[in-house]
Design a protein around this ligand. Structure first.
Ligand code: AMP
Length: 425
């Protein structure tokens, strides 16, 4: 017997409910984001490694520890995308999408790859939904992005009260460098109490120490200096304007001066949506921010941008924890059953006719008995079964069975479609 294989550690097959959930998340993203003027973009699942090392930053956990990097047969160093902002920006530069101050609003859905320790809500291949507003520099662009993220989660069915929107400003090249030094100094002064990662961060990426989950580090970082206190005038003005727009829209947020996002490229506005229940430590459903320096990091012209990424697995877990239905409404489903072998062809023909009228219709393709066709219809959660029998055929119709009420009645072939669609309303 040949060896049986299972999916690699940290990956999962999406089938049944989880496939339906992913469809639901993607369909809802398209529906919401399209209304904000976003269009799809599909970039490769792998890029030249430098797109990520330069884009995300050498000192980040993602680049330092988590990338799936390999050499292809042509000797190129390639990396499976750990996130998609760098890839989208690379594509936008390549296609000149933002030349002459043009803006581009793009969204994507798809798998990302990070070599992390798998746990609930954390996988090695996971799925993200993201949006990138390229060439946009106003506070209104930031507010729109945050509102779109929030609307997406509420459209999926997450209760507003179960979510927390955190907002912060990470400053820019005017105010951040001095602050970074001040924070690095603070970390060095307190390094006896910090974990070895945070000690290292003083030199590489001090802001990331705010993200450490280690209790001792959290306690130290509680008294660390905050960037919010030393923002330059432009950053403060921008931040105030964003918050004003959120206030005007009635969107509740919490200012979190310790919110720093894991990737190096963020400037000014950053935000995250978290939930309290169902996710444990991995409580961030999604987040993002402004990244005005990334185009230049990747060789492009200075281009202000803002975006977010949502974790699909965590969003599904959060929806399930709230008892929400994590699937699109499939609409009316009809099953056409043949009473005996003699009606199989007629049942098949009727199935095709109903499909051509726009209905979703199943029929048996395995020569099953009537009883097992009913079981199949039940399992598929068909709303109606149309029974094609000898007697019905003589009378020019079918028996219509309502699977919920179990009522049955005769309908003529000419009125089947009308009956089905009107019953459903
Ligand atoms: P990031 O790209 O790190 O900002 O992550 C954006 C979102 O993607 C997070 O809020 C998570 O919901 C999700 N995410 C990040 N890493 C993973 C992972 N390893 N497994 C599952 N979801 C993830």
């Amino acid at each position: 017997m040949a060896q049986l294989y299972s999916a690699p550690k940290g990956t999962a097959d999406l089938l049944g409910d989880s496939a339906r959930a992913w469809d639901f998340l993607q369909d809802s993203a398209r529906a919401v984001f399209t209304r904000y003027g976003y269009q799809s973009i599909y970039t490769p699942l792998f890029e030249h490694t430098e797109v990520f090392t330069r884009g995300i930053g050498e000192a980040t956990d993602v680049v330092g520890k988590e990338m799936y990097t390999f050499e292809d047969r042509g000797g190129r160093s390639l990396t499976l995308r750990p996130e998609n902002t760098a890839g989208v920006v690379r594509a936008a530069i390549q296609a000149h999408l933002t030349d002459n101050n043009a803006a581009a609003k793009l969204f994507y859905t798809g798998p990302m790859f990070r070599y992390e320790r798998p746990q609930k809500g954390r996988q090695r291949q996971f799925y993200q939904i993201g949006a990138e507003g390229l060439g946009l520099n106003t506070a209104a662009a930031d507010a729109e992005m945050i509102m779109m993220l929030w609307e997406y989660f509420t459209t999926l069915g997450l209760q507003r009260t179960s979510m927390r929107l955190l907002v912060n400003s990470m400053g820019d090249e005017t105010c951040r460098p001095a602050y970074r030094e001040q924070l690095a100094q603070f970390i060095r002064e307190n390094d006896a109490a910090l974990c070895k990662d945070c000690k290292r961060r003083a030199d590489t990426n001090p802001l990331r120490a705010f993200d450490c989950k280690n209790e001792a580090c959290v306690a130290v970082m509680d008294s660390a200096p905050l960037l919010a206190d030393v923002l330059c005038d432009d950053c403060r003005e921008h931040n105030d304007a964003v918050l004003q727009l959120l206030d005007a829209a009635g969107l509740k947020y919490q200012l979190d001066p310790r919110l720093v996002r894991g990737l190096d490229y963020y400037t000014r506005t950053v935000f995250e949506v978290q939930v309290d229940h169902g996710l444990g430590a991995q409580n961030a459903l999604g987040g993002g921010g402004r990244y005005d320096g990334l185009f230049q990091d990747l060789g492009g012209k200075p281009t202000p941008c803002i975006g977010f990424a949502i974790g699909a697995e965590r969003t599904v877990l959060a929806l399930q924890a709230q008892g929400a239905t994590v699937a699109a409404d499939t609409g009316l489903l009809v099953y056409v059953a043949a009473a005996t072998d003699l009606q199989r062809d007629a049942a098949f023909t009727l199935t095709m006719q109903l499909r051509s009228r726009g209905l979703t219709v199943l029929c048996d393709l395995q020569n099953r008995s009537l009883k097992s066709q009913f079981k199949q219809a039940d399992r598929a959660q068909a709303h109606y079964v149309l029974i094609v029998g000898e007697e019905e055929t003589t009378r020019g119709g079918v028996t219509l069975r309502n699977m919920e009420t179990k009522e049955e009645r005769f309908v003529t072939l000419g009125s089947v479609v009308k009956t089905l669609t009107s019953e459903r309303q």
